[in-house]
Design a binder for this molecule. Sequence first.
Ligand SMILES: CC(C)(COP(=O)(O)OP(=O)(O)OC[C@H]1O[C@@H](n2cnc3c(N)ncnc32)[C@H](O)[C@@H]1OP(=O)(O)O)[C@@H](O)C(=O)NCCC(=O)NCCS
Length: 158
Amino acid sequence: MTSEAAIVVAGGDILDLDAVMRVMDDSFDPAYGEAWTASQCAGLLPMPGVWLTLARNGEAVAGFALGRIVVKEAELLLLAVKKEEWGKGIGKLLLRTFAEDAQSKGATKLFLEVRDGNPAIDLYKSFGFHEIGRRPKYYTGRDGQLYDALTLSKLAGA
Ligand SMILES: CC(C)(COP(=O)(O)OP(=O)(O)OC[C@H]1O[C@@H](n2cnc3c(N)ncnc32)[C@H](O)[C@@H]1OP(=O)(O)O)[C@@H](O)C(=O)NCCC(=O)NCCS
């Protein structure tokens, strides 16, 4: 368990799905088609190698990170913080926790996919991630517009 100011970071599970979806619906702009549905999350959470980290502000879930490890490669599948909590370092704390957890699970490399143009790219790059690929037209936005995904990577522990 890690804490920073009033924020406490700890593992979560399928029982936290409603709280996760409240953060998901609040944080992702529906214009870009990046958010997952509850059934997508519910399907993934029980799978081997998948882990959920929650950032709590008191009883309320302020943010979460969803990770998956396959052999020595860990992927950050989702990172989100409630809008009213943006800019307080919670995203950075969740990212750091994801990286530490991934390393302790045996990962040597970290990956993530992010929409080209998402301001979170600054956060990832400042944490040491760099671009290794692009998936054209990966996200379908609300109005049918397509957006590329960037694949970012970094060595675990670097
Ligand atoms: C990305 C996100 C998780 C960041 O959460 P946060 O708690 O606000 O992040 P932090 O306060 O730790 O900010 C860390 C850094 O990220 C950058 N950053 C994060 N979000 C930003 C935004 N919306 N606009 C500009 N910069 C942003 C800042 O440079 C900040 O650096 P600083 O501390 O030096 O100012 C949050 O904005 C969010 O939930 N966004 C919607 C979901 C999303 O797009 N997730 C990423 C793709 S899965």
